[in-house]
Structures are given as structure tokens and as C-alpha cells.
Design a protein around this ligand. Sequence first.
Ligand code: PMP
Length: 370
Amino acid sequence: MIPVRDDLRALEGYHSAQVDVRVRLNTNESPTPPPDAFREAVAAEVSKVEWHRYPDRAAMALRVAIAESHGVDAAQVFVANGSNEVLQTVLLAYAGPGRVVATFEPTYQMHAQIARITGATVVEGERAEDFTLDPAEVERVLTEHQPHVVFLTSPNNPTGLVEPADRVQQLLDFAPGLVVVDEAYAQFADWTALDLVDEDTPLVVTRTFSKTWSMAGARLGYLVGPTWLVAELEKVVLPYHLDTVKQIAGRLALRYVEDMDDRVAQIVAERGRISSELEALGLTVIPSGANFVLFRPDGHDGRAVWQGLVDRSVLIRDCSGWPRLANCLRVTVGTRDENSEFLSALSDVLSASTADFRSHPQTEQNGADR
Ligand code: PMP
């Protein structure tokens, strides 16, 4: 074995339980696939692909389609293999050794993880007990640490909370560097930072096809930002990084926006049902603007509740051992039937669970892509 970079030695890799269960509600995917018409349209175009040729390096047709959907210019759109690769490209360009990246915890762990991999120093701001973000803490982190890049996730993962617009505005007012608003779940919420993007504002908004577009299998994400920033990212990303098939799939997906809106409406309705039933079970529920719900089974051991659900063939996310998330569990909104199975398994587990809950030492999962 040869030694890896010193600064990578302590880093943990990606881990997310992949258990064979009937009901999988642990990775915030869409519970239903895109429409058949989409599959057929993709198959027809893919049958004409010139496999011996490299893809369109600029992915222009796809970028034009995305740009049109947001009423921006294609030169303001950067596309990559999942929004994780978008984030990585941003951090390769604007973080790196000697630079500072700020996050407000708990939040999506890949922001800090990728920043560290680029060699940057990560500063973690703290959220309040209820996971909201205090303006005084934002001001403290930005003025004390002068980060080159600062992240907000709205709706946040794993809490589901939507960041108030004035918090994003505050970041823009105080941040000395780039502000990244990760909007992987934006279509489930009631506002977007996209309207704040312009040529004079150091702001990018990242989006993904993995959730609302039902295309987690395709690995496609993008950002909208100033053209000068997109031009820098194009220098950093590998040539021909986005394959021809994916460019086709992404472009065609955008033609089925009504199906997407229907899926979102259904998920939002089910999210409401799950949240009120969890509350009716006496659990603490964090208000969600996303396609998942974070909850705390007070009076029970979260890890044991998670295991009880797995034993009943229902898999959700165990956040109970993660920093700042003691005893918390996160459930992705599934189909109506899946959600009903989850809720009935949960009430079963809770009634079986001993009333004399005693917390026991919990080990943190070494998960990064939470
Ligand atoms: N951002 C957030 C907040 C997420 O929760 C996720 C998915 N776990 C991603 C980005 C990455 O999404 P993808 O790479 O599938 O586009």
C-alpha cells in the first residue's frame, strides 16, 4: 500500500445502508418513474446516437432546454453528472488549499466532504436546537472567517426546513465570496433563490434531476449562475464529461413538466399526511418543505426504532448517531401504499418498544452523502 494524501487519511467514505427490503424510503428518490412517453422518446433518440463520436462537449441543446425552463440564458447554466458533480466542480474552482468554505450544520454532508477533498478548510456554523438559522450566527461566521464559498441548502437536508429568503439575502449581503444555494428539493418548497441570480451577484443555485424529475439513475444536475462563473467551471470540468445519452434524457425530461408537477403535488400531499400521523403518534416532527420528513421518536431509542422498521421490511434513514441529530430518523415520502406501510410498521414498533427508554452510546454512521 502507498500512503494517500495526508489530509485525506482521516476522511470517511460514502456509506448508505443498502438493505434488501420491501419498502425503501431512505434516499429521497422519487417513488415513481417518469412517464412511458418519456421512455419511448428517449429510446427513439438513443437508437440514432452516433456511438463512435464524442458527445457535444458544451451540452448545448440540454443547456438551452434548462435555460428556457428558468427563463435564463444557456450561458448561465452549467450541467454535470448529478448535482454532486456540480458542487465538486464549483469547489474545485473556488475552494482548494488555503481557502475557507462555510456550512451551517446540520446540513448536507457532501458540501463539507467535497470541500475537504479539494484541500479547503471547512468552518461549521451552528443552527439552533430547532434547526433554524440565527442571523447573528450567519454574521459571526461570515465576518470571523471570511469564507471563499458559503453554502445554504433550501430545503435543507436532512431537516427539510426551507431557508427563509431573508437568510439567503443576508448571506449575499455579508459574504465576501461565492454563495451556493443547494436547491435539490426546491420544487417541493414555496420559494426559490433563482430569482436572485444575475451577472453582478456571486450566487449560484444548484438543482438535480434525481428527485422531482424521477431520474436518480441518470445522474444529472446543473446550476444557474453568472456567465463569468459558468465559464470558469467549464475550464475545470473534464472534457466530454456529460455523455450523449444523458444529454438526450435530460433534454427530453423537460417536456414532461406537467407529469413532474403532478408527482410533486402528490408527494406534498403525502408529506402532509405523514407529518400529521407522526405527530398523532406523539413524535417530534420537523416541518418539511422537501420530499422527506425528519422526526424524533421521543421516549424511544431512534436506532432501535430504525431496526424495528427494517425487521418489518421498511428502510428509512437512521440519523440518530449523526452529530447534532441525536435520536432523529428521516423518512422519504413514497407512494401512498408505501407510506401507509411505513406508518403502520412504525406504530407497531413504537407500541412494542419498551416505555422505559434509556439512551445508550450510539455510533455515528460513516455516511457522507446524507
Ligand atoms: N444536494 C442535496 C441537498 C441532496 O440531498 C442531494 C442528494 N442526496 C444532492 C445534492 C445530490 O444529488 P445528485 O447528485 O443525485 O444530483
